[in-house]
Design a protein around this ligand. Structure first.
Ligand code: PHE
Length: 533
């Protein structure tokens, strides 16, 4: 259709030199000229396409015409309200006058109400007793005639005053329209063949390139967006959280050891060897190699002793110590395993040991080093205060569902200093979560084998309008810190939160599988906006 109209415009121009008024065109498949609003819209499409190729030029003429409203259309079809009232009344002297109630039933409440007044005024009907009768034999329903005229011509011969009256009565409405005057353009031709966009080998060998028309370069066109890498939403949120830690003076712990031993993941944290978290349904164990390298000997002995027999003011668990349990290799179930080994290194000088050199750290990784990033100056007892954080992956042998995967990310922080109190931990939490955009938080006493007291952190979720758990925290126990070599007045508090939960809230995701795993759409990753807390 579009092509055919373009052809019609070109042919008409070729024949007549100019199209003065596009309302005179007879579109393909029609008998009448294209006078209607819709047909001019279709013509405009063809004109725009032709003028973009400079084949024609055109000017636009605005028109105002009238169309019927819904009520106007009903009058055109059934007559005015007064005519319908008149028609419903019996002739004077022929039959019983119609009571108003019966009239209402016959023509409808609205027509009876509006029509009666006007029919009386026109002297078409009159009262007889309690009813109404016709006073005249025939009527001329001017309103209906006007509606029919507007419907077919868009105007009234009677002129603007009569139209204004009909507009006031809401029987007709104005409609802006347009029509066009068309002239030949610089590239006028009667062929609508699309201009070439490429010079091809075929065109060169056949010689058709000489006569072909070419599409002009459009230097204003937008370029194709380059395809580049995009950060996954989790990484964007990780970056924001990392910035919060850095601006609060924390240093990042090395956390590359996904595989840990039972010793560092549990024993060093004073998690009893019979603790349910250690069972295979909660923890992934390695079969090859199945055993870890031995942990530092003296420390290992102190840890096994505090578990089995107690010490440092604790009675311990008084259960037999299993060397095998301690040496098992596993996928770490929390990043607190890394925190434990970092704290052990932080206590190196308290034990009278030296720091390792930067080279040793580089060569042998985190575990080999007793240098702790960002640690403060050592006091006379060798203790160095430190604020450490990590954001990395952990693994749990869980049943997967919409909010649980077998691997996820933990955000973890530890602060080691002299005489820290629970008030320091709570105050710190408030600052940290406020920086994450979470201002309404509450604490609930909880239990962790390695902290006492322990606090779960709840935040009010405005969308869910309920309190949701956002983290877990506590003061590390002396049974954990003192075997490492820390003096008694050194207190360490720590907390952990998940990275996935704030990310899902941030991006309005309610199924974790749309965020992590093989079902993630790369497109959504590319489109996901940056995050600012
Ligand atoms: N490891 C705890 C968890 O996995 C978080 C935590 C870290 C709690 C440090 C207290 C201290 O939930």
């Amino acid at each position: 259709m579009a092509e055919a109209i373009q052809q019609l415009v070109l042919d008409t121009l070729a024949k007549e030199g100019e199209i003065k008024d596009t309302r005179t065109l007879i579109l393909p498949g029609y008998k009448e000229p294209a006078a209607t609003h819709d047909s001019q819209i279709i013509i405009l499409g063809a004109l725009n396409s032709l003028s973009s190729r400079d084949m024609i030029t055109y000017t636009t003429q605005e028109t105002v015409s009238h169309v019927l409203t819904q009520e106007g259309a009903q009058i055109a079809l059934q007559g005015s309200h007064e005519a319908r009232v008149w028609a419903a009344c019996p002739k004077k002297g022929e039959g019983a006058p119609i009571p108003p109630k019966q009239l209402q039933e016959k023509v409808g409440a609205e027509t009876a109400k509006v029509g009666q007044g006007q029919a009386f005024k026109n002297k078409w009907i009159g009262k007889e007793g309690d009813g109404l009768v016709k006073l005249v034999e025939t009527i001329t329903d001017t309103t209906q005639l006007q509606m029919r005229e507007v419907d077919s011509t868009g105007a009234l011969k009677a002129g603007e005053k009569a139209l204004a009256e009909l507009r006031k009565r809401k029987l007709v409405a104005q409609r802006k329209g347009q029509w066009f005057t068309v002239r030949k353009g610089a590239n006028f031709s009667t062929s609508t063949a699309k201009p070439e966009t490429d010079l091809t080998v075929d065109m060169l060998t056949s010689g058709s390139w000489k006569t072909a028309t070419y599409k002009k370069y459009n230097f204003e066109a937008d370029g194709i967006p380059p395809i580049g890498g995009a950060l996954h939403p989790l990484l964007k949120v990780r970056e924001e959280i990392r910035n919060i830690f850095l601006e609060m003076g924390f240093a990042e712990m090395p956390t590359s050891s996904f595989v840990e031993s039972g010793f560092w993941c549990f024993d060093a944290l004073f998690v009893p060897q019979q603790h349910p978290a250690r069972e295979v349904q909660d923890t992934f164990y390695l079969s090859d190699p199945a055993e870890s390298l031995p942990p530092p000997k003296d420390y290992y002995e102190r840890v096994s002793k505090v578990h089995e027999h107690g010490g440092y003011g604790s009675t311990g668990y008084r259960a037999p110590w299993s060397h095998e349990e301690s040496r098992k290799l596993l996928l770490r179930t929390h990043t607190t395993a890394s925190s434990a080994s970092m704290l052990y290194k932080l206590a190196a000088r308290c034990r009278g040991e030296e720091d390792d050199s930067e080279e040793t750290i580089k060569r042998e990784g985190a575990h080999a080093s007793s240098t702790v990033p960002g640690a403060g100056k050592a006091g006379p007892d060798g203790f160095r205060p430190a604020k450490l954080f990590s954001i990395d992956r952990v693994f749990r042998n869980e049943t997967m569902d919409a909010t649980h995967l077998a691997e996820f990310h933990q955000v973890e922080g530890v602060v080691a200093d002299k005489n820290l109190t629970l008030a320091d931990l709570i105050g710190f939490m408030r600052v940290f979560f406020t920086k994450m955009g979470i201002t309404n938080i509450r604490f609930k006493p909880a239990y962790n084998p390695y902290t006492e007291p322990s606090l779960e952190i709840f935040a009010f979720h405005p969308q869910l309008s309920k309190w949701v758990e956002v983290g877990n925290s506590g003061m590390f126990r002396p049974e954990m810190l003192e075997p490492m070599g820390f003096p008694k007045d050194v207190h360490v508090h720590g907390w952990g939160i998940s990275l996935e939960r704030p990310t899902m809230i941030r991006y309005g995701i309610n199924n974790i599988r749309t965020l992590v795993g093989h079902k993630v759409s790369l497109e959504s990753v590319e489109r996901s906006p940056a995050v600012r807390f």
